[in-house]
Design a protein around this ligand. Structure first.
Ligand code: NAG
Ligand code: NAG
Ligand code: NAG
Ligand code: NAG
Ligand code: NAG
Ligand code: NAG
Ligand code: NAG
Length: 468
């Protein structure tokens, strides 16, 4: 396998077993979040023996062609037999025109999977979808916002349609979307014509009609254009709100943020829904990758075991393992989020006077921060490994064999321990480096074949895709 090869594992979950496993997993993580860090139980994500026993032996290594589904597909009840949603009939948004977008969103927010990657896949997709629905409707109504009455009907209708196609019932709570989010909120401009009068729309469109999702997070060309437009319309009729300067009032930043939503809707109306989705997901993804979404508990236990110059490596690494294993019950991460998490944790540890690189001492890698899935390995029987999602926007897919998502294998890299003198790496530089193979993984293609030793068989089929 040449250097620079990109390899992804596409996990295909057989739907109804997936639900069983995931529900169990959810119960575990909820419990763990409230559990004590000292609780040493190692019982995550076990497959039930009924499922495991159906998994046959591992196919020969180095056979990268798709494996056939190992079991006959079962009927995908929630999807193929979508229930008929009860709609208000008062919402002017054209859900039919965005049908494929809606069904993609329903899959991205699929019942038992959604909470595991809510901030990476489901919620950004839902927000993009709502923006596109309103943006497209503005072509008829000239309005980039719904009024309060309509916003209630429309959010409810959108939710009903998505749930009828399999989306999680707590969709709006999970993504903190309220009907007011469909209005103009505090933004003083919602009329398309007024928008055109104030904003240099051609400039905005040029900056945003096509973005490179990797470069955009770094050079922020489109995002800056959006912010500029949002700031402009937010300042309408007010000279108190001068643009820059250190004294930006909180109301003003809320207003700019609300206007940002208006700008995104305008863009969504200018582009076709497919492109709009790509742009909006690309933009929101820059923010997704900037923060570690994990709750990092207190590190005192690790600090106790690893402080004072680490006099017992076993004790220290045991403590580290317990700590990390609690993080592993929370959520799937993108590889960049994992990097953020590694950095945040390292800083926390350093603040507790741990100066040595405990990541390298204890072989902590980036994938250790993500949710673990059970693999079946011929020699070891069962093995857990982290599954990191790609840092670029991704969607779940559905076919007759189940729900699929991609796990990036290029992330099999040691968690970097920031030196105390070094400033945290900027998200910009990370974004540039990671999707193009992190340097640490270059020339270590053996790591990739390691992965092939224990293909994921929580799934019932596995696809290895090799991309140049
Ligand atoms: C879908 O639901 C309808 C009514 O509940 C039922 O008659 C039909 O057999 C179902 N179809 C499938 C494929 O399950
Ligand atoms: C909604 O969009 C569809 C497809 O683009 C179109 O056929 C239909 O007339 C639209 N409905 C309304 C009410 O505009
Ligand atoms: C909201 O908009 C609809 C359609 O434009 C209109 O019929 C309705 O009166 C408006 N409601 C309010 C409270 O402004
Ligand atoms: C919806 O609006 C509330 C209140 O303005 C805000 O806190 C929340 O972040 C918004 N949700 C989204 C998804 O934008
Ligand atoms: C480290 O601690 C473990 C467990 O307390 C103990 O068994 C082991 O002997 C210790 N090792 C050293 C080098 O002190
Ligand atoms: C770290 O070490 C310094 C100096 O030895 C000490 O003052 C401080 O309390 C320690 N902090 C923690 C969190 O242990
Ligand atoms: C990114 O890295 C380059 C060189 O590695 C450095 O010159 C630049 O300042 C970095 N950018 C940021 C925003 O930190």
């Amino acid at each position: 396998m040449g250097v620079g090869m990109k390899e992804m594992v596409l996990l295909k979950f057989h739907l109804h077993h997936f639900i069983l496993v995931q529900l169990f997993l959810l119960a575990t993580s909820a419990h763990e979040l409230h559990g004590s860090i000292l609780d040493r139980r190692q019982d995550p994500i076990e497959m039930d023996s009924h499922v495991s026993s159906m998994i046959p032996g591992i196919p020969p290594l180095g056979a990268p062609q798709p494996l056939l589904p190992l079991l006959a597909p079962s009927p995908l009840v929630p999807f193929t037999n979508t229930s008929i949603p009860k709609l208000s009939g008062f919402c002017p948004l054209n859900f039919t025109a965005a049908e494929s977008l809606m069904s993609m969103t329903a899959i991205d927010c699929f019942e038992s999977f959604a909470p595991l990657a809510a901030n990476i896949i489901c919620c950004p997709q839902l927000e993009a979808t709502l923006s596109i629905l309103i943006g497209q409707s503005s072509k008829q109504t000239d309005m980039l916002a719904l009024n309060r009455t309509l916003s209630k009907y429309c959010l409810s209708d959108a939710k009903q349609i998505l749930i009828a196609q399999g989306a999680i019932h707590s969709l709006t709570q999970m993504c903190s979307i309220h009907s007011l989010n469909l209005t103009e909120a505090s933004c003083p401009v919602k009329d398309v014509n007024e928008f055109h009068d104030i904003v240099d729309t051609s400039k905005l469109l040029v900056a945003c009609e096509k973005i490179d999702p990797i470069k955009e997070c770094c050079n922020q060309m489109c995002q800056n254009a959006i912010l500029e437009a949002a700031t402009k319309i937010a300042s309408k009729g007010s000279d108190l709100l001068s643009l820059d300067g250190p004294h930006v009032l909180p109301e003003h930043s809320t207003r700019i943020n609300d206007c940002r939503t208006i700008v995104l809707r305008w863009l969504s109306g200018e582009l076709d829904p497919f492109n709009a989705k790509k742009i909006l997901r690309g933009i929101s993804n820059c923010n997704v990758n900037k923060v570690c979404p994990l709750v990092l508990p207190d590190v005192w236990h690790v600090a106790k075991a690893c402080g004072d110059g680490i006099n017992n490596k076993t004790v220290c690494c045991d403590a580290m393992e317990v700590y990390v294993s609690h993080l592993q019950r929370q959520s799937f991460l993108t590889n960049l989020q994992a990097l953020d998490c590694a950095e945040t944790l390292a800083m926390k540890l350093q603040k507790s006077n741990i100066t040595e690189d405990v990541y390298s001492l204890c072989h902590v890698s980036l994938k250790d921060f993500s949710l673990q899935v059970n693999h079946v390995d011929v020699s070891v029987n069962s093995q857990e490994a982290g599954c990191l999602l790609p840092s670029l926007p991704s969607d779940l897919t559905l076919d007759t064999t189940g729900i699929s998502f991609s796990c990036d294998l290029n992330d099999n890299i040691p968690a970097p321990w920031p030196s105390t003198s070094q400033v945290a790496t900027s998200a910009c530089n990370k974004t540039v480096n990671i999707p193009a193979l992190p340097a640490a993984a270059n020339g270590q293609s053996c790591l990739q074949s390691d992965y092939m030793l224990f293909p994921l068989l929580l799934a019932f089929s596995l696809l290895l895709m090799t991309r140049g």
